[in-house]
Design a protein around this ligand. Structure first.
Ligand code: DC
Length: 696
């Protein structure tokens, strides 16, 4: 996948609106594994679609489970899993599990148990960081059962090989001992896997040491109940899985609805507490105060800092309460993941915030205590850390920073909150953009996080950077602008498409393209929709798809005519300005740098010789099977250039401060790199990057 190296967020002033949360990662992967082990089929609604669930789905598929995704328009997407009924379908598999602890640990336990009793050989591996995340306590718990587990790399860490002979027996007569003080995922893994071993007797698990992250174990118990397994628990020390009398113990509930992710909700709760100060709240849909996820208790912590939170079943509404936020001291063992968000909220408090009980941060996607300390310091905060705590004193003077994310989705999401720095209660108030390096690491749990974040955040228009790309017909502006926008993660305005659409709409209404007032009236109420995400590149006019029609030569000619009418240009002015949205805009056309965005930070005027442009257009048409002749095309292009240049309303000409780019002999990629290089020279991060203080 193409990954953008950095996302620059402009200084943000406020937030409001509604976010629909993706499904909970913890629930999703537990449900998938249980459905994969159960007899029959389970329809899973609200499943998280992210890196971590993809690797689990792929693993289930490789093990012989049925996996079928149904995405019908107008209906909620559903994933159907047909389970193994506790019986292995394949005897060997090599499973790659990325950096998903919620896949690695439970699959290791499950396949160890299955290989021991039914025979087989299973290899489990992941990315380099996965091989640095401990699994020794789980291996130590499984070996006394008779499981044959080889550590293929460093002892105590993945990759693992799980081997066994058919007809083997598990030694479950003694209670199984597991440490609970490094990661609760080891206990969760055993609880999910050991129902496979309850054919003729109860199985007892005993936790050694203080169990951390109990709420995650509660999710495990809750999901087991849904799949027909009632675990008896004595405190948090002893768990008994009842004898299943030979039957497959996992029973599919038929349908399961996954809640929105409570940890993902924390960023929007924080956003509301910091930036919903204009009346309307930030509304979060998918998770509510009745959630079974432990991280919902983040709400209490956010309230203690000053957030005003209301909620009901599967919804929350948050706005600013106390301001500035209050610094707090909190033992965060019960909310290990969401606690990171408190560290980011601490930037906006009027006293230090001390988070304790967070030793587990050190063995997550990265060493989160060290990572958080380094990046909050880069923003100007004073940070103190120890083995199991972090203390954050808010910045007195904020600094422009290119923030590293350590391939850790939660680092990226937490640090995005720093873009609200104009709201910090310091004088003078900062107005700093924030650079998030490798922003797409959010794909681990929330692939569309930044789209959702930016959809709620407001910046002052003048803080939203604009790059204009003007130039004559067929100079390659459209392609260049689209690629630059994609590389920066910015919005795109293809202003020519607006004139083309206005022309089409006029013709459709039987209005002559020369009738200035009538065409202007049509342009003023243009009902045009550009596709987003999977639909990007498609366009609808008044609900009808016009993607193809819009690009026709005849439509271009029509646009050239209507765009010469001053009233039409005026009518489209406001619509074009409205494209300037967080985090930035690349605008292509004829007058982007001169009339629409005269203050743009970078203006490019693209040219290519008429010969070159005619050749390109010729190739394009031929490739679409449209007959064309170069000489005619050239005459046409020159005539259109002439009309665009000599018309009185916004004639085509470079802005005085535009940089000329003649791309006659450049590839598209070379042109894109040139524009990006010009932009980087102008960016407030130029020095941070050049100084090497923030490697990507
Ligand atoms: O870029 P394009 O080929 O889609 O543009 C179609 C016509 O619209 C072109 O002849 C000039 C006109 N146009 C304009 O006048 N101002 C713009 N900002 C964009 C396009």
């Amino acid at each position: 996948m193409f990954r953008i190296p950095a996302l620059d967020l402009p200084p943000l002033q406020a937030a409001d609106g509604t976010v629909h949360l993706p499904g909970s990662k913890s629930i999703s992967n537990r449900v998938l594994l249980l459905a994969g082990l159960a007899e029959g089929s389970t329809a899973v609604y609200g499943l998280l679609d992210s890196d971590d669930t993809q690797v689990m789905l792929a693993a289930l598929g490789a093990l012989g489970c049925g996996v079928r995704r149904e995405e019908d328009p107008g209906r909620e997407p559903v994933t159907h899993i047909t389970g193994l009924g506790g019986r292995l379908r394949v005897s060997t598999a090599s499973l790659f599990l990325g950096n998903a602890g919620t896949a690695m640990r439970p699959l290791a336990a499950t396949l160890a148990v299955l290989a021991t009793t039914q025979g087989g050989r299973f290899d489990l591996s992941g990315v380099a960081r996965m091989h640095e995340r401990p699994i020794g306590d789980l291996v130590d718990a499984l070996r006394p059962l008779g499981c044959d587990i080889a550590e293929l790399g460093t002892p105590g860490y993945p990759p693992l090989r799980l081997t066994g002979q058919a007809g083997g027996r598990l030694n479950t007569a003694q209670p199984i001992q597991v440490r609970g003080d490094v990661s609760s995922q080891f206990l969760t893994a055993l609880l999910l896997a050991l129902p496979l071993a309850t054919a003729d007797s109860d199985v007892v698990i005993e936790v050694q040491g203080e169990l951390i992250s109990k709420p995650y174990v509660e999710i495990t118990l809750n999901m087991l109940t849904r799949f027909g397994i009632a675990v008896q628990r004595e405190g948090w020390q002893r768990f008994t899985l009842p004898c299943s009398n030979g039957a497959s113990p996992y029973r599919s509930p038929g349908r399961i609805d996954v809640e929105g992710d409570a940890s993902s909700a924390s960023y929007f709760i924080a956003m509301g507490a910091i930036a919903a100060h204009g009346g309307a709240p930030v509304r979060i849909e998918g998770v509510g105060l009745d959630s079974i996820q432990g991280d919902i208790r983040f709400v209490d912590a956010a309230r203690a800092m000053g957030a005003d939170v209301r909620g009901g079943p599967r919804w929350l509404e948050v706005q600013r309460g106390r301001w500035p936020l209050a610094g707090i001291t909190l033992d965060c063992q019960h909310i290990p993941d969401a606690a990171m968000t408190l560290a980011a909220m601490a930037l906006y408090a009027d006293s230090p915030t001390r988070l304790t009980g967070i030793a587990s941060w050190r063995v997550k996607e990265t060493d989160r205590i060290a990572a958080m300390a380094a990046e909050l310091q880069a923003l100007g905060a004073a940070v103190d850390t120890g083995d199991d705590f972090i203390q954050v004193t808010p910045p007195v003077r904020w600094r422009t920073a290119a923030l590293r994310t350590y391939d850790d989705h939660r680092m990226a999401m937490c640090l995005s909150l720093a873009a609200f720095n104009p709201l910090a209660s310091v004088s003078p108030a900062p107005q700093l953009p924030v650079r998030i390096l490798d922003p797409q690491c959010v794909a681990k749990t929330f692939p569309d996080y930044f789209e959702a974040f930016m959809g709620l955040a407001h910046a002052s228009a003048e803080d939203i950077p604009v790059i204009t790309i003007d130039g004559p017909t067929a100079s390659g502006k459209g392609t260049l602008a689209a690629e630059v926008a994609q590389a920066l993660g910015w919005h795109l305005l293809d202003s020519g498409a607006l004139y083309r659409a206005a022309g089409l709409a006029a013709v459709a209404e039987g209005v002559s393209p020369d009738d200035e007032a009538a065409v202007a009236a049509i342009a003023a109420s243009l009902d045009l929709r550009f596709g987003q995400g999977e639909d990007s590149g498609r366009t609808w006019l008044r609900g009808r798809e016009v993607t193809h029609e819009l690009r026709l030569e005849s439509t271009g000619l029509l646009a050239s005519k209507v765009s010469a009418l001053p009233a039409v240009r005026q009518a489209l002015h406001g619509l074009q300005l409205a494209f300037r949205c967080v985090p930035g805009l690349v605008a292509d056309g004829r007058d982007m740098g001169t009339a629409l965005f005269p203050q743009a930070a970078l203006k490019v005027f693209l040219t290519a010789s008429a010969f070159e442009r005619a050749e390109r257009r010729h190739k394009q048409l031929i490739s679409k099977g449209i007959p064309a002749n170069i000489a005619d095309l050239r005459v046409d292009l020159e005539a259109r250039d002439e009309r665009d240049k000599t018309r009185s309303a916004s004639p085509l000409r470079p802005a005085e401060d535009a940089l000329l780019l003649d791309n006659s002999h450049l590839s598209i990629d070379e042109s894109v790199q040139q524009v990006l290089a010009w932009w980087q020279e102008r960016s407030p991060f130029a020095q941070a990057t050049a100084g090497g203080s923030n490697p990507g």
